[in-house]
Design a protein around this ligand. Structure first.
Ligand code: LMR
Length: 396
């Protein structure tokens, strides 16, 4: 049976971790997969998560199945986090939601739902977008296309070109937007730009599909939700795929949420039944554990405050590392100005160098990051930033 299958190339992002592990250079630097790291290069368990685990261990009395929609406290807490307290769409019963195995699981079941709604729906993604958006959405059988987003030559958003394309997209199609901390570029829309995009969505009638994977890593948990909340206010239907991998540090638990804002409350139970049937046909029901932890954190004032403080700390550290990299690049004689890195947000930056330069810095200096020039800012630290900037300068 299997003899017909060709071996595939490693995943463009996850494959970097394997290559990094295999590299014997003691001075190797890993700026590949999007995982938060501290100054020592470790990814510790978030303190609030550790406390929630202890509480769960004491209080959990059964491992029987949870409900198909997931942990209800998790869903309610997440909806408040994403959409704000007392969101009118939630109060009007216009929101269906299901816990999903990670943001990826949410993206996939939402893509399957779109396919059920409109076989011919095209999903428009930013150019560039996160590499895994393509299989997650495309493998559901949906056609993909791109709208202009980022110009490597100027290291800035091509907003006019983006808007021009969004104005041509018809009702029945879907536009995938990153809530904040755009992956891979780190370049985010301003609030005014979000308003313009929302106006176009209203005029054209296409469906906004928001990917929210880095809430809290841009400006703060509330500000980062601005565009997503504006969309929910502005148009009748929105779908959201949210992830707790990064801001709760729950990478391996696979905790996500698929949210469907419907036009009216009569549609909500219908959409809920459809998404649950889709999930049942793929993985039956979500794993409970990570959602149970987030439920505990979001429903305990002290624990929530401690988690928010930890998110703030992670964000501020990444912001400081950006500034440090920019300074070191200049100090070490970079032939161009890298200060645009300070304007980008979240975990990633596009260094706007060529794939050949990325491969050269990997081969010659064991510095690992994605060929597109995306670096994981959290992989930088005080011990490696000088060597990193010298390595980068040497290939420019
Ligand atoms: C990333 O973009 O590096 C992360 O979201 C990890 C992944 O699954 O690609």
């Amino acid at each position: 049976m299997f003899e017909v299958l060709p071996a595939l190339a490693p995943d463009p992002i996850l494959g970097l971790s394997a290559a990094f592990r295999a590299d014997t250079n003691p001075n190797k630097i890993d700026l590949g997969v999007g995982v938060y790291k501290d100054e020592q290069g470790n990814t510790p368990i978030v303190g609030a998560v550790a406390q929630a685990q202890a509480r769960l261990l004491e209080s959990e009395t059964s491992k029987t199945y949870i409900t198909p929609q997931g942990v209800q406290g998790y869903i309610d807490g997440m909806l408040e986090l994403l959409l704000g307290k007392g969101n009118p769409a939630v109060l009007a019963n216009r929101v269906a939601a299901v816990q999903a195995p990670g943001g990826c699981g949410a993206l996939r079941i939402l893509a399957e739902l779109l396919k059920r709604c409109n076989d011919n729906a095209k999903v428009w993604v930013s150019d560039p977008t996160w590499a895994n958006h393509i299989p997650l959405i495309g493998n559901a059988g949906l056609a993909l296309d791109t709208y202009p987003y980022f110009d490597k030559a100027t290291a800035s958003i091509r907003f006019d070109a983006m808007l021009d394309t969004l104005k041509t997209i018809p009702k029945g199609d879907v536009v995938l937007l990153h809530a904040c901390c755009h992956n891979p570029t780190g370049a985010d829309l301003t609030q005014d730009q979000w308003r313009q995009v929302a106006e176009v969505a209203q005029q054209q009638g296409w469906l906004p599909f928001i990917d929210s994977a880095y809430l809290g890593f841009g400006d703060d948990l509330e500000t980062d939700a601005f565009g997503m909340r504006l969309m929910v206010e502005s148009v009748p239907e929105v779908i959201i795929a949210a992830s707790c991998s990064k801001n709760f540090g729950l990478y391996r638990e696979r905790v996500g949420l698929a949210v469907m804002v419907t036009e009216n409350s009569a549609q909500t139970p219908i959409v809920q039944s459809q998404i649950q049937a889709i999930a049942r046909g793929i993985y039956s029901m979500p794993p409970s554990y990570g959602g149970a932890l987030v439920d505990i954190i979001l429903h305990d004032d002290a624990l929530k405050a401690s988690w928010v403080a930890e998110v703030d700390e992670m964000r501020n550290r990444m912001r400081d590392l950006r500034a440090l990299l920019v300074t070191k690049m200049a100090e070490n004689g970079a032939p161009k100005d890298f200060s645009f890195v300070n304007d980008q947000k979240g975990m990633f930056s596009f260094l706007c160098i060529t794939p050949e330069q990325v491969q050269a810095v990997r081969a010659e200096h064991s510095v690992y990051f994605v060929d597109s020039s995306r670096v994981n800012i959290a992989g930088i630290n005080l011990s490696n930033v000088d060597a990193l900037s010298k390595a980068l300068v040497s290939v420019l």
